[in-house]
Design a protein around this ligand. Structure first.
Ligand code: G1P
Ligand code: ZN
Length: 543
């Protein structure tokens, strides 16, 4: 079989964002667009001849076509074997698990995570290295640089590979091995959590509802929650993955997972509710009529980690992204372990985990995970919660309230302004940065600004520096406002405002977060001139 070298011209917009290259499907369908980016990855990573690659995606529209393109290009670029999930499916954490378990060179994951799919929806592609984690900034920048200079790519002229049967197929010199996308991952979960205890919880009448949002976790949740843990079949809803996610927005938050939210806040609600996103790395945790803020979830998992067999030996440390609340810091302090504050995006946790500095990490954006893989992991978080619930036999709400009583409550909220004009968004960020001097020391009612900056991070493992990671306004009493522009959107700009204040007084813990944060919200709107500049008087999503 002949390798065909195809002449091409570079695209100028193949810069990976927070989590890989994400564009609308029509952009990816342009001739040579996907091929150029894949060749840029291969040229950058320089895998030795015969290396093994993992390949799979969240099943969204264009997943199958892209897999065929990548398989042929991998064969033409000298890979020896590609492990591809059956039907082209691999959740992001499962891909990370498979990369690590079989010690492969790395993997390519096709997903635009929680962004909507379909012919006019989003598509995405990212490279994960041999540790199973997203490529570091250095690698993604090198891929981008390569994409701007690319003159040709290599492929094979062969028929498509069958993806729906397990087994091996030869593609030129390369072997395509279609694997069960769930088995390795499910086995890893069984090794971490007390499945017997969870099984007994579920058989004792504790009712759960997991919303797969017609995305990748359907088959994983069925196998683990229903087949292995004995939950009734109707415990998993929207379990069939669909290329357009059933026209939904597969983002597990209070806005987009409203179907589940209505169930857990409704009559005869289950004891526990959870949802995951398009590619299975996010999680939302709910109790009966009760929402667990993701920042609190991280803190709570950390405080209760020893209840799970895989974490019985204790935690090395915790890492959280800068905008995530400081609730986890308080647990780390109590446990006498370090807590690291990184920029947004999972790629910053990889070095810390590889160096053995942290066991748990999390982001406010419904991302929680540990060093069992190098991605955040939605079902892992669900199982961790079920393990804690099985051990403590209290309601979700009671566990959270006890946690607040012990550590104090970090009131926390994120306000997203989605799809705003890029110029206006940049204008807001510039205004804030230009205001650092005048804001420092300024008094707003009882709150005084202690410090303003644009967050920067020096990786404690490799010394690499990342700047411009979000504007912070820090107050003397520990309250914070953070402004950031999203790096994952594909349309206009998304401005995120993160708000936090600490409340040690248990008598005030019943307050609604928006109520408790009202003063900070007012300050955020005032200093950013948001209403005047973007003409919106309400955020698109409040978490
Ligand atoms: C968002 C989240 C961030 C997360 C990323 C990928 O990125 O805020 O925490 O790591 O998605 O899931 P953003 O759009 O804010 O750049
Ligand atoms: Zn995701």
């Amino acid at each position: 079989m002949q390798v065909r070298t195809v002449a091409t011209t570079p695209f100028t917009d193949q810069k990976p964002g927070t989590s890989g290259l994400r564009k609308r499907v029509p952009a990816f369908k342009q001739p040579h667009y996907l091929e150029n980016f894949v060749q840029s990855i291969f040229d950058t990573i320089k895998a030795p001849a015969g290396a093994t690659l993992v390949l799979g995606g969240d099943g969204r529209y264009y997943n199958r076509e892209a897999i065929q393109v990548i398989l042929k290009m991998a064969a033409a670029n000298g890979f020896g074997r590609v492990l591809v999930g059956k039907g082209g499916i691999l959740s992001t954490p499962a891909a990370s698990c498979v990369i690590r378990k079989y010690q492969t060179h790395g993997g390519i994951i096709l997903s635009a995570s929680h962004n909507p799919g379909g012919p006019d929806g989003d598509f995405g592609i990212k490279y994960n290295g041999g540790n199973g984690g997203p490529a570091t900034e250095g690698v993604t920048e090198a891929i981008f640089a390569r994409s701007k200079a690319l003159a040709e790519y290599r492929t094979l002229d062969v028929a498509d590979v069958a993806l729906d049967e397990l087994g091996e197929t030869a593609l030129g010199q390369m072997t395509v091995q279609v694997i069960d996308p769930v088995a390795d991952y499910a086995e890893l979960m069984e090794s971490l959590f007390d499945f017997d205890a969870i099984r007994s919880l579920l058989s004792g009448g504790f009712r759960i509802k997991f919303d797969a949002m017609h995305a990748v976790t359907g088959p994983y949740a069925r196998e683990i929650l229903v087949n292995r843990l004995g939950a009734p079949a109707d415990s998993v809803m929207n379990a069939v993955p669909l290329p357009d996610f059933g026209n939904g927005h597969p983002d597990p938050n209070l806005t987009y997972a409203h179907e589940l939210v209505e169930i857990v806040y409704g009559k005869d609600a289950p004891d526990f509710g959870a949802a995951s996103d398009g590619d299975g790395d996010r999680n939302m945790i709910l109790g009966r009529g009760f929402f667990v803020n993701p920042s609190d979830s991280l803190a709570l998992i950390a405080a209760n980690a020893k209840l799970a067999p895989g974490y019985r030996q204790g935690l090395a440390g915790i890492a959280r992204s800068m905008p995530t609340s400081e609730a986890a810091d308080r647990v780390a302090e109590a446990l006498g372990i370090p807590c690291y504050e990184t920029p947004t995006g999972w790629k910053f946790f990889g070095n810390l985990m590889d160096a053995g500095k942290v066991t748990l990490c999390g982001e406010e954006s419904f991302g929680t995970g540990s060093d069992h893989v190098r991605e955040k992991d939605g079902l892992w978080a669900v199982l961790f919660w079920l393990n804690i619930l099985a051990a403590r036999r209290q309601s979700v709400e009671a566990i959270v309230r006890e946690h607040w009583a012990k550590y104090g409550r970090n009131f926390y909220s994120r306000h997203d302004y989605e799809g705003i004009p890029t110029d206006a968004a940049n204008g807001v960020m510039k205004l804030l940065k230009d205001s650092f001097a005048s804001l420092t020391g300024a008094q707003f009612g009882h709150l005084q600004v202690k410090l303003c900056d644009d967050f920067g991070y020096t990786d404690p493992v490799d010394g690499s520096v990342s700047t411009g990671q979000g504007v912070r306004i820090l107050f003397v009493d520990g309250s914070r406002i953070v402004f950031r522009l999203s790096g994952t959107g594909t349309e206009g700009a998304t401005l995120r405002i993160y708000l936090e204040s600490y409340e040690p007084d248990v008598g005030k813990h019943h307050l609604d977060a928006q109520e408790a944060l009202a003063t900070l919200i007012g300050i955020a709107l005032q200093v950013s001139e948001l209403k005047q500049r973007i003409g919106r008087d309400k955020p698109t999503v409040i978490t």
